[in-house]
Design a protein around this ligand. Structure first.
Ligand code: HEC
Length: 140
């Protein structure tokens, strides 16, 4: 049990460190000001560890989580056949469920993106948008 948590924290740290590297590259202007990772690149970097490369929820980290990562390829199917942009945006921004109902195994990306993008709301929204578009393209 304890080891599971140590592993989880270690991996989370690596994950966050990798986000920081990406964020720094953008902020220091080493890249064009309109630089933005594609949804696919961000997905592979930030999400695939848990949700799996194909989005089905079988990433290498899945085994250490209490809650299994959701199958992201059935989002449309589970929402009357339409990709739920608003719902996905709010999960990315605020995390799944309500924080008051207990902590979640899914990181809350909004504050992280806001931090890495120096609170530039336009870039934060754009990240969420391109990530959502990528998830929409994975629907079965
Ligand atoms: C550390 C593991 C982990 C990472 C990294 C992660 N997720 Fe999740 N995600 C989860 C878990 C676990 C759940 C289920 C949470 C719950 O039910 O409380 C979830 C749920 C979701 C949901 C809700 C799905 C549904 O069916 O309601 C979406 C959307 C989602 N994740 C998208 C993403 C995206 C996009 C990324 C990358 C930016 C990401 N996740 C990164 C673990 C993760």
């Amino acid at each position: 049990m304890a080891l599971r948590h140590v592993i989880f924290l270690g991996v989370l740290w690596i994950l966050i460190a990798s986000v920081t590297v990406t964020g720094r590259a953008v902020n220091e202007g080493q890249l064009p000001s309109n630089f933005m990772l594609t949804g696919e690149q961000m997905y592979k970097e930030y999400c695939a560890a848990c949700h799996g490369k194909d989005g089905k929820g079988h990433g290498p980290l899945a085994v250490v989580l209490k809650t299994p990562p959701a199958d992201l390829t059935t989002l449309a199917k589970r929402h009357d056949g339409k990709f739920p942009y608003d719902y996905v945006g709010s999960v990315l921004e605020f995390g799944p469920g309500f924080p008051a109902h207990g902590s979640s195994d899914m990181p809350t990306w909004g504050p992280l993106f806001r931090y890495y993008d120096k609170r530039n709301e336009r870039i934060v929204k754009q990240r969420i948008r391109v990530l959502s578009d990528y998830l929409a393209s994975l629907q079965e």
